[in-house]
Design a protein around this ligand. Structure first.
Ligand SMILES: [Zn+2]
Ligand SMILES: [Zn+2]
Length: 420
């Protein structure tokens, strides 16, 4: 049960995020609505499901939609995804939330911390689901009032964390006939309640590699009798960095981070027969990410041939492209979706974190935004994907309001004018 202060903040934030035009929706966000908003999020937090195993989240979503009388399709993009539909006719716009958790052991000490060993909602997707369900409740109310001119699809997708649930949503045709799609992510680098977005690229393209150099091991005192993969591996670590500093335009940006260098656990005076090196590549455009994949492979092969080694290179099966916002939609978020008293900001720069929302935003015009959750006073300062990650639940209603206002703004934008 949320404490009274949380409750009051949720109600205030709901009012602010809906703005004066939608004030008549505030009673619909009743006490039980706010309680359930928090409760859904906490239940999901207690029972996290990894990518493609989001059974609990899927049950929560379907249970809530059934309760609200909202129609939906299921399963979507695998066994757990759900697409709800509210309203009818053209235009059709979409809102999206992801549902999966991460293989991380929670260390927050929260009373509703994960009960599943080694699984945690450390990316806030539990909050994303709760906010979109809250939006479903209010959009349903608008639809019943005859205030919804068109159709809103609410996409609850599985497997964002590296498994491309968003791609499956696109492949299965759930965005066919959709004019635009909106998604948001809770963001610990932004002050609580702040909404921020950007025109163009907001999140980078992401790729991962695993590489093995195979040589000939031997005594460390007789290196001339070996083919040393450690030396070659070191050359690789150094050799890929010029791809950022010399190959990438100075006005663009890219990241190549070697994160693992494993020579095995042999004796200290033995040169191993192989080394395994792993890392990640990030770029600001999908094309740049593809180019860097090719160039990193070339560097790996050139160094292998120089040192007389074999090389095995394995890349991510599903690299994520850059998430690119439609400029007009980003402007719309600032001017129409953000209610008057709400703090909305332009982001100075994109982040190199990646999102599988990119698959959706490359199919139809996309709009992605960050919702701040940072508040030192309550300790919501830890990064995404850490065991200490926490969100500021007071912003749950800010997210609900933003979804609703964005959906309405999108419907207005894509309205087909009546013939005179
Ligand atoms: Zn994540
Ligand atoms: Zn995430």
């Amino acid at each position: 049960m949320p404490c009274p202060q949380l409750f009051i903040a949720l109600r205030d934030n709901m009012k602010t995020a809906l703005g004066p035009e939608l004030e008549h929706l505030v009673p619909a966000a009743s006490s039980s609505f706010l309680q359930e908003l928090v409760a859904v999020r906490r239940r999901m937090h207690i029972y996290p499901g990894l990518s493609n195993w989001e059974e609990h989240a899927s049950l929560e979503v379907r249970g809530a939609l059934d309760f609200m009388g909202v129609a939906y399709d299921y399963p979507v993009a695998g066994a757990t995804g759900v697409v709800a539909t509210i309203g009818s006719g053209a235009p059709v716009v979409a809102l999206r939330a992801d549902m999966d958790a991460l293989p991380i052991t929670e260390d927050t000490g929260l009373p509703y911390a994960s009960l599943e060993d080694g699984k945690m909602h450390a990316c806030g997707h539990d909050a994303h689901v709760a906010m979109l369900l809250g939006a479903a409740g209010l959009l349903k109310k608008l639809s019943e009032n005859g205030e919804l001119q068109g159709t809103v699809k609410l996409i609850f997708q599985p497997a964002e964390e590296g498994f491309g649930g968003g791609m499956r949503v696109v492949e299965e045709g759930w965005l066919d006939g959709v004019s635009a799609v909106f998604g948001m992510h809770v963001w610990p680098d932004l002050r609580s309640g702040v909404v921020a977005t950007r025109k163009g690229t907001i999140m980078g393209a992401s790729d991962k590699f695993k590489m093995t150099y195979k040589g000939k091991g031997g005594h460390g005192a007789m290196p001339h009798k070996t083919q040393d993969p450690v030396l070659a591996g070191s050359a690789f670590v150094q050799g890929v960095q010029p791809l950022v500093s010399r190959y990438t335009s100075p006005t663009s940006a890219a990241v190549i981070s070697v994160t693992r260098f494993n020579t095995g656990d042999g004796a200290q005076n033995v040169i191993p027969a192989s080394v395994n090196i792993q890392g990640t590549v990030r770029a600001l455009t999908t094309k740049q990410g593809q180019d860097l994949r090719r160039r990193v492979t070339e560097v790996a092969e050139a160094i292998a041939s120089l040192h007389g080694l074999e090389v095995e290179m394995e890349w991510a099966k599903l690299p994520y492209g850059a998430t690119v916002n439609d400029a007009g939609l980003a402007e719309m978020l600032m001017t129409e979706a953000c209610a008057n008293e709400q703090v909305c900001e332009w982001l100075d720069e994109p982040t190199m974190a990646a999102e599988d929302f990119s698959f959706m935003a490359s199919k139809v015009p996309g709009l992605f935004a960050f919702l701040g959750i940072r508040d030192e006073a309550i300790g919501t300062v830890h990064g995404l994907h850490t065991p200490w990650f926490r969100i500021d639940e007071r912003v749950l209603t800010t997210g609900v309001g933003l979804h609703v206002r964005t959906a309405l703004a999108l419907l207005r934008r894509f309205q087909v004018p009546h013939e005179l």
